[in-house]
Write a protein that binds this ligand. Structure first.
Ligand SMILES: Nc1ncnc2c1ncn2[C@@H]1O[C@H](COP(=O)(O)OP(=O)(O)OP(=O)(O)O)[C@@H](O)[C@H]1O
Length: 611
């Protein structure tokens, strides 16, 4: 095939623009990106060689060649290489799903360097230092190679080459040195040594310059923590996670005995953009005796900790292990449990040692971690210990231990209210009496909250009790309970209302209200309105969930309605009042009226009469 000139895909072009105008202040990183890609390609070739011996190489390595006269730096690997189609598909376009989102956010924010790092631009970073980049590659097992070249401006060329060795060579035609602009002399062997040492020391293949090997190739997870500099951990994190920001915490683990493994995990400092996407990236890299085996092994960490990054190196697995086998392997399941436990205990330590860090952790990942509450009892307990929730006590979230510590005398249960937002929940009528009497209520507004409160029985023996469900009795001494006498005087109204309002299954007097006339509550096992909505949104057919209408006998509207009902039970206007009362209760908790137009008309007619 002859030379073709092709256009970069629109998104790729935009990213390139950002690179050419160099938004990173640190331009040095292009080298680690190229080395990182070369290392990945060598991993892939080794894996391919396991099934097809013809693809093997005896001496996998990365080679750096600087030419001071020509002002070029070449990074060459004898890895898997690319076909012509792959070059066009992988280098000319950006397939990653987050890119559109990234570009949208880049337009909105100034922290572009950080953002970009979160998504990783890899190869394109070369255009920060180059005015032209040439890539020559041949895929292992193919006869023809491909030459790709671009000045980073909109187009690139591709052509076949006959004599390329297997692997990939990227030649960066360097722009003039400009120290002020952070553009160093990348043909200087000292500079190259420094950068390799700094960013790529842990790469497990030799990085050579001439006869010299520049990196130590030591697996970081195999070295004692005291011997490894934080920067080294951070570089390694960056290599495995493609996250620009420093990790929040490092979690290291080693197990000896019948099944040996080492783990070096990182808690990122912020949630990845795809944390809640089904096809989002998750999982941990699996190594076997220092040899890379699998990317993103979901089997190694429970799903609720899917944001964790890092490496597990297991000594006793086969190098040929497949995902299918991993899923069933007993040892892998054990590793997963142990890692989860270790991560949770690390966070627990963080809570006492570094509050700020803990708060960041929970803010970024709490929503995912809470999914673990739907799992096994042992994990539930560990997660409840590190969880925080919004609460009526303060603007800051509280831990459950904190809540229990503030419980009022005689209070047996942990009160909570679920809903869609803090504002909606906090102002809902159900909370009135709790607020008035100084009971703290947890405000649970994540979708997963609706579910775990159903399955988690208690925290330290204190049951979770919804303030919007079942009967509540806030009166330790009984004086606030609805007296028999009062109940009797309302009996007729309650029965009548029950007949008028088809939507409710019962009408009763309430002790949870102080200023609102009415509210809607559920029975203990009933679906909450939010859950009902969620199920419907997922396409499930449900019979309408009937709730209980609770009335505040202290409210003039309720008192007035009783008096009116005694005098003229068959007045049709009373039925409308009942409807308005019900509709108001629904609106107050943020619910949706079945027939808003009818409600609006009834209300407008009533208001007109008051003028
Ligand atoms: N030296 C190489 N050998 C073989 N394939 C390569 C090489 N460099 C890049 N590629 C291919 O091109 C793709 C795109 O590379 P690029 O550096 O832009 O992104 P990435 O490495 O996938 O992501 P990130 O930058 O986040 O690490 C790679 O995923 C890989 O498939």
């Amino acid at each position: 095939m002859s030379t073709e000139t092709l256009e970069f895909q629109a998104e790729a072009r935009q990213l390139l623009q950002l690179m050419v105008h160099s938004i990173y202040s640190n331009k040095d990183i292009f080298l680690r990106e190229l080395i990182s890609n070369a290392s990945d390609a060598l991993d892939k070739r080794r894996l391919a060689g396991l099934t097809d011996a013809a693809l093997k190489t005896d001496d996998p390595h990365i080679e750096l060649v600087a030419d001071q006269e020509a002002r070029t730096l070449t990074v060459r690997d004898n890895g898997i290489g690319m076909t012509r189609e792959e070059v066009v598909g992988l280098i000319g376009t950006i397939a990653r799903s987050g890119t559109a989102e990234l570009l949208r956010r880049l337009k909105e924010t100034k922290e572009s360097a950080e953002l970009i790092g979160q998504f990783g631009v890899g190869f394109y970073s070369t255009f920060m230092v180059a005015d032209k980049v040439t890539l020559v590659t041949r895929k292992a097992g193919e006869d023809t190679g491909t030459r790709w070249e671009s000045a980073g401006e909109g187009t690139y060329t591709v052509e076949d080459v006959a004599d390329a060795p297997v692997g990939t060579a990227v030649t960066v035609h360097l722009r003039p040195v400009n120290e002020e602009d952070g553009l160093h002399d990348y043909t200087d062997s000292w500079k190259i040594r420094e950068l390799v040492k700094k960013y790529s020391d842990f790469i497990s293949f030799p990085i050579r310059m001439g006869e010299e090997t520049l990196n130590s190739m030591k697996a970081l997870w195999a070295r004692p923590r005291s011997e490894v500099k934080d920067e080294e951990y951070h570089e390694f994190y960056r290599h495995t996670s493609h996250d620009w920001a420093e990790p929040l915490e490092i979690v290291q683990m080693r197990a000896e005995g019948t099944f040996e493994y080492e783990a070096l995990l990182f808690i990122p400092s912020r949630a990845p953009h795809d944390l809640f996407q089904r096809d989002g990236r998750r999982g941990i890299q699996l190594y076997v005796k220092r040899v890379f085996i699998l990317e993103d092994s979901r089997e190694l960490i429970p799903d609720y900790l899917r944001f964790m990054r890092g490496v597990v190196d297991a000594a006793d697995l086969s190098l040929n292990i497949s995902r299918e086998i991993l899923q069933q392997d007993r040892h892998i399941q054990m590793i997963r449990r142990r890692l989860a436990k270790k991560v949770l205990s690390t966070v627990k330590t963080m809570m006492t040692k570094d509050q700020e860090k803990y708060r960041t952790f929970w803010r970024e990942f709490g929503r995912a971690v809470k999914e673990g509450l739907l799992g096994e009892a042992e994990e539930q307990k560990a997660i409840l210990d590190i969880a925080s929730f919004a609460s009526t006590a303060s603007e800051e979230p509280t831990t459950l231990a904190g809540y229990v510590g503030r419980m009022k005398e005689g209070q047996e249960e942990i009160y909570y209210m679920t809903g869609e937002s803090r504002a909606q929940v906090e102002n809902s009528p159900h909370l009135e009496a709790f607020k008035a009497k100084g009971y703290e209520v947890l405000l649970l507004t994540d979708p997963v909250d609706e579910m775990w409160v159903e399955t988690v029985p208690d925290f330290e023996g204190k049951k979770f009790q919804s303030v919007a469900r079942g009967e509540v009795d806030l009166s330790a001494d009984g004086d606030e309970k609805v007296s028999e006498e009062r109940a009797g005087s309302y009996a007729a109204l309650l029965t009548w209302l029950g007949e008028q309002l088809e939507e409710v299954k019962e009408v009763r007097l309430s002790t949870r209200l102080t200023s609102s006339p009415a509210c809607l509550v559920g029975d203990a096992g009933d679906l909450t309105p939010t859950l009902e909505k969620m199920y419907r949104a997922m396409g499930q057919e449900l019979p309408p969930v009937q709730r209980i209408l609770e009335l505040n006998p202290e409210h003039p509207l309720v008192g007035g309605l009783r008096a009116a009902h005694e005098q003229r039970a068959d007045d049709p206007a009373l039925k409308e009042t009942a409807e308005l009362l019900y509709g108001t209760a629904l609106l107050a908790e943020g619910g949706d009226l079945a027939d808003p137009a009818r409600f609006a008309k009834l209300l407008a007619d009533r208001l007109a009469k008051t003028l």
